[in-house]
Design a protein around this ligand. Structure first.
Ligand code: ADP
Ligand code: MG
Length: 319
């Protein structure tokens, strides 16, 4: 069983940033308004994620660490329309099998917090306000081969920051802070979407991009798309979200590129941040353990919607 969970962990956790992503997902699912990430040595030594969400009840604490235990869906039907970031009940169990893991949590009904140590299962009283702190130390300590694949602390930190940035773009009402080795390295205060895009992507991108906002059939596509001068500034600025979940999707990328070619006749790499909202029944998020890939029921429909929406934004900008 130990081996099976380590193999499963390999699918979920590639590097510290994968842990950050899963823990921030959980904090968001718990309704957090403020999420603080504290890292040491690029996250390899330590990752702490603190939230002010609803916390975990004492009776549920051991369950949170168990494989395939999730509090978020009950039935197969729920899986057809997942509204939370998590639903597989895999992340904490996976992380606990490849790192030292503890959870400290307190619900509004509790007089004090409780801490559970994943290795021993021991539960002890602790101090903190309502919410949850998940602490992960010495990632891949038991699998040195894996640890060797990690890059420098600076590179791992950059990946962790990118993981938080992806969440921050989609959740402007939530405040985020990232600390590294005791220093505040990034902070985004709760705000509007417009202001959050400015805070995260920078004024240069805002000035060299146009708003995208279109309803095409049952889909809503909104966000911003960069003009060619923005593409030169940051070619890696390509963010796509489906129902608030960050995804890597070739269909979306291709839809944007088609619009670029149609309107600007350029073959440059487009820059964009696009939020696609679609009825949950029309998209399957349970395709991959990391949930970064999705499968659309009608891929043509999505491609067309993205293409039209981006074409609209680019065409307007030329007048
Ligand atoms: P999943 O998110 O797919 O349900 P996880 O392994 O990530 O699975 O988490 C297991 C469970 O632990 C969650 O279903 C949730 O009940 C609980 N949990 C984890 N993190 C938090 C948190 N920050 N706040 C409240 N509950 C949490
Ligand atoms: Mg989760």
């Amino acid at each position: 069983d130990e081996l099976i969970s380590q193999i499963a962990a390999g699918e979920v956790v590639e590097r510290p940033a994968s842990v950050v992503r899963e823990l921030v997902d959980n904090a968001l699912d718990a309704g957090a308004r403020q999420i603080t990430v504290r890292l040491a040595a690029g996250g390899v030594r330590a990752i702490l994620v603190e939230d002010d969400g609803g916390g975990i009840a004492a009776a549920e604490l051991p369950l949170a660490l168990r494989r395939h235990a999730t509090s978020k869906i009950d039935t197969l039907q729920d899986l057809e329309q997942v509204g939370t970031m998590g639903f597989r009940g895999e992340a904490l169990a996976a992380i606990g099998s490849i790192a030292e893991l503890s959870i400290t949590s307190r619900t509004p009904d509790d007089g004090h917090a409780l801490r559970i140590d994943a290795r021993t299962g021991e539960i002890s009283p602790a101090a903190r306000a309502v919410g949850t702190t998940v602490e992960v130390r010495e990632l891949f300590f038991a699998t040195p081969a894996r640890r060797k694949f990690l890059k420098t602390d600076a590179t791992e930190l950059a990946h962790c920051l990118e993981a938080v940035r992806r969440h921050a773009l989609a959740r402007p009402a939530v405040g985020f802070a990232v600390w590294h080795e005791g220093r505040l390295v990034e902070q985004w205060r709760p705000t509007t979407l417009e202001q959050r895009l400015r805070d995260v992507l920078g004024l240069d991108f805002m000035a060299a991009s146009r708003e995208v906002l279109a309803q095409v059939g049952p889909l809503v596509v909104r966000g911003r798309v960069g003009l060619p001068e923005a593409a030169r500034a940051r070619a890696d600025l390509q963010y796509a979200y489906v129902n608030g979940r960050h995804v890597r999707d070739r269909l979306v990328a291709h839809g944007v590129r088609s619009a670029y070619e149609d309107v600007l006749h350029g073959s440059r790499q487009p820059s964009y941040v696009l939020f696609i909202d679609i009825t949950p029944e029309r998209v399957d998020v349970n395709v991959h353990p990391t949930k970064i890939e999705v499968r659309f029921r009608d891929s043509r429909e999505v491609h067309q919607a993205v293409r039209r929406a981006v074409e609209g934004a680019l065409a307007l900008s030329r007048t």
